[in-house]
Design a protein around this ligand. Structure first.
Ligand code: NAP
Ligand code: MG
Length: 503
């Protein structure tokens, strides 16, 4: 399909030109704030949509609607009916793949084939996976005797109940999967949702909400409040009517959310930044590992929390591997996501480009060897070439901090010193993802167990699926998304102890 679309279709253009509103209590409503949200296409630097942001009053109304819905028909709806609505939403998303993908490419810049893949494959799968769980949430019956020594019979059981009103705050780097990954488990668990998309990418979220409306969810179950992080995002984190905040974004904002949510001790789940290792041993299948290493870092222009941005290569093959890496990197053609053959889109904004270029200049000055890319092409759009540095040392900022751009930092290691390797691999504040590339099974499993991250691939990087738990250790986050753990994050346990009287 991506071959046939080279520009936004008339239908997509008409959607973008609409008067964009908030979705609160089942109605589309004019936003109450004077603050403007201006959506730019990062490939063309053109303004593609404007809308007003939500006001605090809008947020209050959205939270009130979500609270009323939680205690209304939504609670009484049989779980199987919730499942059917989610299945319908998945079907509607699949039918709308083309427009959703175009919107992702227009507001985020990602290549169209990639947005089509994400939409067509991952997002409906995630929704259907959680739809299936709706009828399988159960508690336990426990062989407990709460008051010992009394001759009584007891029935003790647990109920799994929705945590309540969930405020979701999401980033711009993968608009479709981010909104899906929050909405699907929350709704499957029976929660109600107040969703704040990133101010840079509100369009896909609005289209998604139209599909939620069409799927027949009762009013107030899903509310959309487009707005800024420093008011609506912060307002969600502080709101006394919200029971849980589900956040994906930077570690710095994650910490601010924890502080803001501390006043009423609301639940918080956090999916934050990363600096993930990609470890290549000398016996690895280099035909596979080299292109995979380039993809692990350059995918989504490096604006990807799982990106394999620190490459550790065994010194005996390092020169050969670097050559293979630069050959692989040449395949990552940079351009507008609507152009045929483009593998890497622009960075999201001028600010992000300046930041990434700053990292590149600083790493040059620090004495690392730039072996590929690193230039800013002379064209409109926030483009930067995929970049590879060899001879990076652990003290350099590029080896420790998340760049959120296509910058790969190569370090070398000695086969004999696995302990030293692991010290470097685990020597960041992050612990999100990672991978180990070797044909030696024992070594693969030993290293996989000791990389301090929420998930690790063996001869694969960032292999996510609806079934597989995903999340961070250390400052990469709290909790897990995807899989059954992703559902548990929206459920709370109640224990019921029934005194059945004397034996
Ligand atoms: P960000 O600046 O942290 O923003 C994320 C969201 O938080 C946006 O909706 C933002 O609003 C909002 N926000 C900003 N300040 C806030 C505040 N004080 N209180 C409440 N909300 C606030 O992150 P980003 O730059 O958009 O995204 C990149 C980051 O996300 C990277 O660090 C990346 O690693 C991380 N990420 C992690 C995962 C994961 O699963 N672990 C996945 C993807 C991305 P506005 O921007 O609209 O103002
Ligand atoms: Mg931001």
């Amino acid at each position: 399909m991506s071959d046939t679309i080279t520009a936004p279709t008339a239908e997509t253009l008409a959607f973008m030109a609409k008067d964009h509103k908030l979705f609160i209590d089942g109605h589309w409503r004019v936003p109450g704030s004077n603050r403007l949200i201006e959506v730019e296409n990062p490939s063309t630097e053109r303004l593609i949509a404007t809308m007003h942001a939500a006001s605090m009053k809008d947020l209050d109304d959205a939270v009130a609607a979500a609270r009323t819905a939680l205690d209304g028909p939504w609670r009484r709806l049989p779980p199987a009916e919730r499942g059917k609505m989610l299945m319908k939403l998945a079907d509607l998303m699949e039918a709308d793949t083309s427009m959703l993908a175009q919107l992702s490419t227009l507001e985020n810049g990602m290549p169209l084939w990639l947005s089509l893949d994400k939409m067509a494959l991952l997002c409906p799968d995630i929704i259907r996976y959680y739809a299936g769980w709706t009828t399988k949430v159960t508690g336990d019956v426990l062989p407990a005797v709460p008051v010992a020594g009394e001759d009584r019979e007891w029935l003790v059981y647990t109920l799994r109940q929705p945590v309540g009103v969930v405020g979701c705050i999401i980033p711009w780097n993968a608009p479709a999967s981010m909104i899906t990954l929050k909405a699907a488990p929350a709704l499957a668990a029976g929660c109600t949702v107040v969703m704040k998309p990133a101010e840079l990418t509100p369009l896909l979220a609005i289209r998604f909400t139209e599909l939620v409306e069409a799927a027949g969810f009762p009013p107030g179950v899903f509310n959309l409040v487009q707005g800024y992080g420093d008011d609506i995002g912060d307002g969600i984190a502080r709101h006394p009517g919200i029971d849980k905040v589900a956040f994906t974004g930077s570690t710095a904002v994650g910490k601010a959310i924890v502080r803001a949510a501390a006043d009423d001790l609301k639940r918080v789940s956090l999916e934050l930044g990363g600096k993930s290792p990609f470890i290549v041993c000398a016996d690895a299948d280099l035909d596979q590992a080299a292109p995979a290493a380039a993809a692990a870092c350059f995918f989504l222009t490096g604006q990807n929390c799982m990106a394999g941005t620190r490459l550790f290569v065994e010194d005996s093959i390092a020169d050969e591997f670097n050559e293979r890496l630069t050959v692989a990197a040449k395949m990552f053609t940079v351009g507008d996501g609507f152009e045929a053959g483009v593998m890497v889109g622009p960075l999201i904004s001028a600010k992000q480009l300046a930041r990434v270029k700053g990292f590149i200049d600083e790493t040059d000055a620090a004495g690392a060897r730039r072996i590929f890319g690193g230039n800013v092409p002379d064209r409109i759009g926030h483009f930067v070439e995929p970049t590879i540095f060899d001879c990076v040392t652990p003290d350099m900022r590029v080896a420790r901090e998340e760049v959120f751009g296509p910058v790969l930092a190569v370090q070398r290691f000695h086969k004999s010193d696995e302990t030293e390797l692991l010290e470097r691999v685990n020597g960041t504040v992050y612990g999100l993802s990672g991978s180990v590339w070797t044909r030696d099974l024992s070594r693969a499993l030993r290293l996989a167990a000791r990389v301090d991250s929420g998930q690790v691939g063996v001869n694969a990087h960032a292999a996510v699926s609806a079934e597989t738990p995903f999340g961070g250790n250390k400052q990469s986050g709290w909790g897990r998304e995807f899989g059954k753990e992703g559902l548990d994050a929206y459920l709370k346990t109640k224990a019921v102890s029934v005194n059945l009287g004397p034996h």
